[in-house]
Design a protein around this ligand. Structure first.
Ligand code: NDP
Length: 364
């Protein structure tokens, strides 16, 4: 039964909401150029990116590249993707002749990134590639060269580089408010399930936890300390050799040394849940993020108090920022280009080498 109170509530709600709605719309109006993106690999993360892109003002999902026809038709229906913008892994070089797609976002298993990125570049489209950019530094260099040669941009899906609490810690460190960065601790891990998934198949993953989740600590150590490491030591441990076969790391601890004398001590694992923490100690203060790299909200504090920056959907912000980088040449606070991806791959190569040899590996 409708009461008078219901009636008043119904008519007054829009009146109350109106000024806020107007303000929201004004802040969110965007009439600039939009980056038209095709997603390659319609899996779990591709789906997350597609959903987030609905919130994006500067990037729009317009195409798909997939090996699964049923996914293509359901994505077409869901996102209004025209037939002309749908490809599979055999025919996507034809994207070269499609003027309605600007960039391809590669969200496939790690081992496929290099060849797919090179083919996208040769088709004249900008490349956005998920982390890890490739299996090793040599592959990363080939991708950078192909993109340079084709005159297209290469960006890596480092969503944390646009996250506001992360950026605040980097600002405090850069402006000297914490003093000189001395020590970083990065803990990155989760307990992996299904033993048959590609993440546990060396051919498709290129490794184990380090390639997948430990890379957040590798990358985080660099932007939190603000230097590039000059040496690496590392130790690998395995509790389940059936699940984590040869070449697939379950747990690795690694240490990085930086030119100023700062150090980092990190843990990468597929054997423990809830491991997502960054801690930076500097001469005058500290900063802590926990969770540090999940989908958010990220939480954090420094010796000066809680970090209160708002949470926005990471992938929506990332796509807006990447559109600005590609279309308008914007320079992000923390790089997300191929060179940035390559720096992490060189460290990952060194960590694997240090595990194997038991020796300290020097980085040039
Ligand atoms: P999924 O397994 O969920 O999806 C991968 C998709 O790739 C598949 O659904 C499939 O899509 C396509 N694919 C093509 N060839 C193969 C193959 N041989 N085996 C399996 N899949 C194949 O993986 P995720 O989405 O979780 O990960 C994809 C990439 O994204 C990885 O590089 C990962 O590191 C990265 N990632 C990044 C995250 C971030 O926060 N930045 C978070 C999660 C993942 P189709 O059927 O359409 O061909």
């Amino acid at each position: 039964m409708n009461t008078r109170r219901d009636f008043i509530r119904k008519i007054s709600a829009p009146l109350i909401a109106l000024p806020f709605l107007k303000q929201w719309q004004e802040e969110h109006v965007y009439d600039g150029k939009v980056l038209r993106v095709a997603i390659m690999g319609l899996g779990s993360y591709g789906t997350r990116v597609a959903e987030a892109m609905k919130e994006s003002k500067k990037a729009k999902l317009v195409g798909v590249i997939s090996g699964t026809p049923s996914k293509i038709s359901s994505w077409q229906a869901k996102y209004g993707i025209p037939e002309a913008n749908c490809y599979n892994y055999n025919d996507f070089d034809k994207i070269k002749n499609n003027p309605d797609i600007d960039a391809v976002y590669i969200i496939t298993p790690n081992a496929l990134h290099k060849d797919q990125a090179i083919r996208v570049a040769r088709a004249g489209k900008h490349v956005i590639c998920e982390k890890p950019m490739a299996l090793n530094a040599k592959e990363g260099e080939e991708m950078i060269a192909a993109c340079q040669q084709a005159g297209v941009k290469l960006l890596v899906g480092y969503r944390m580089h646009f996250e506001l609490k992360t950026l605040e810690v980097v600002r405090l460190r850069k402006e000297g408010l914490l003093g000189k960065a001395m020590f970083f601790q990065g803990l990155s891990g989760f307990r992996i399930g299904d033993p048959t998934q590609w993440r546990l198949n060396k051919q498709l993953s290129g490794g184990g936890s380090l390639m997948d989740i430990g890379i957040y600590s590798v990358n985080g150590a660099r932007y939190m300390i603000g230097e590039e490491p000059v040496w690496v030591t590392a130790q690998e441990t395995k509790t389940n050799t059936e699940k984590f076969k040869e070449g697939v790391d379950e747990t690795i601890q690694f240490q990085l040394g930086f030119p100023s004398g700062a150090t980092a001590s990190c843990l990468s694992t597929y054997a423990m849940n809830g491991l997502d923490k960054f801690f930076l100690n500097a001469e005058k203060g500290f900063a802590e993020l926990q969770p540090a790299t999940g989908y958010g909200p990220i939480r954090g504090k420094t010796n000066m108090g809680e970090l209160t920056q708002p949470h926005y959907t990471h992938q929506a912000v990332q796509m807006d920022e990447m559109a600005d980088i590609i279309l308008n040449g914007k320079k992000p606070e923390i790089a997300v280009d191929g060179e940035e991806g390559l720096k992490d791959l060189k460290i990952i190569d060194a960590i694997y080498k240090a595990c194997k040899t038991g020796k300290k590996v020097t980085l040039k």
